[in-house]
Write a protein that binds this ligand. Sequence first.
Ligand code: NAD
Length: 470
Amino acid sequence: MKMLINGNFVDSKEKIDVVNPFNQDLIDQVPAGTPEDVKKAINSAYVMKNELKNFSARKISEALYACAVDLSDDLEEFAILISMETGKPINAARDEVKRSIDTIKLSSEESKRIYGETVPIDAGIGGKGFMAFTLKIPLGVLGAITPFNYPLNLAIHKIAPALAAKNTVVLKPSATAPLTALKMAEIINSHFPDGALNVVTGRGSIIGDELVKSEKIDKISFTGSVETGRMISQRAVMKKITLELGGNDPLIVLEDADIEKAVEATIRGSYLYTGQVCIAVKRLIVDDPVADDFVEMLLKETRKLKMGDPLSTKTDIGPLINENAAKVVERIVSNSLKDGAELLLGGTRNGNFFEPTVLDQVTSNMKVVQDETFGPISPIIRVNGIDEAINVANDTRYGLQASIFTENIRHALKAVQEIEAGSVMVNKQSTFRTDNMPFGGFKMSGMGKEGVKYAVEDMTRTKLAVLNTR
Ligand code: NAD
């Protein structure tokens, strides 16, 4: 596939192979873009912003809706492409496309709800005899950078709200999984003018800086790892920035929890897309009196998970994104065993595949729970009571989402108030997300919120008009 610059699909001499993580087949190649390509894409978006800002909200809304309809028509094709380029089990890939359609429809609706307000300016000294109101105007050009794990919906979470607010966009998708975003760009480009959306493929280390540092870019919206996010925030001087970064989400099971519900949620939360999800459940914090029962049920349910071909609807656990990622998980698990964790299930790597793994007797200082482990691992930390559970939950540099299982309303409310995370779920695992909710972490998990309404708000500027009525 080719890059999209100023409405043209353009190639380059050097290419990047896109490989299926399941069988290592070459799926396609994409251009290894250069800083020069990024400059051209930025210039195209920079010129088009003056045209797009004059589009009516009605026209923008209709164009977005048409994109959603086209994506619905091609749902299965998109799901297969996601599954092939990421190794995501097909059922989860279909869910991603359905959510992407929803994200675009929500953006289409939101584009009609961008309001300013009247300002009671005569309440201030010297304001008598004046009238004032604000306008919400577009920011200009959005630079969007996205990761491999949700290659469609995370790109849509930036592109659709940006267009809804009449901004133009330059997207840099992950070099590992760029195909779905390019296919989506074909749809968007058919309903918006050339230059409204540009997509440059390539390695972040080579083309990232041009995008992040350009004075023609008004905002950077980045989703990816803490390490890359930190680097970007240091370089994106004098522009708005949203960072959606890694997570290390806890799931607390208290003595008074419905254990069956908690186990079912753990299975969904720990193993969705083989654990390669920012909001996957990455730490199980379990009250000691119920820990043995919880572990027994968790082992029983984990044993039922089927590893295999991501394109089969029977597959729960696919490959990790590449062999190196699987080796990292292998190393983290073996180090935690050396540090005293007990292996109850799994623990073995086979190429890119890593078995669903349950570890008991984990402590907060182990690497498997200090860092973000991107794999199918359930590390269990045993605690005594809610206070210790919340302390352990907060003992991390991350704060994306969190969950607690309890039938006691006081415990639920205490957790909501005291856990340091962007969202706290009660009796639901942290992978819960709807595309209209405010989403974004605390601490090292990020800055700012996505979720259509919140992203649109952040992609506008407030301008004040003052009228002398005397
Ligand atoms: P990554 O940080 O390696 O890459 C993300 C993007 O940044 C890619 O497009 C990459 O090419 C680009 N990049 C790399 N170096 C760059 C540079 N110097 N300048 C500009 N761009 C650069 O992340 P990944 O491995 O693709 O994705 C996994 C990570 O993303 C995990 O940490 C996961 O938790 C996080 N993530 C967060 C969310 C969220 O919403 N909070 C959602 C999904 C994934």
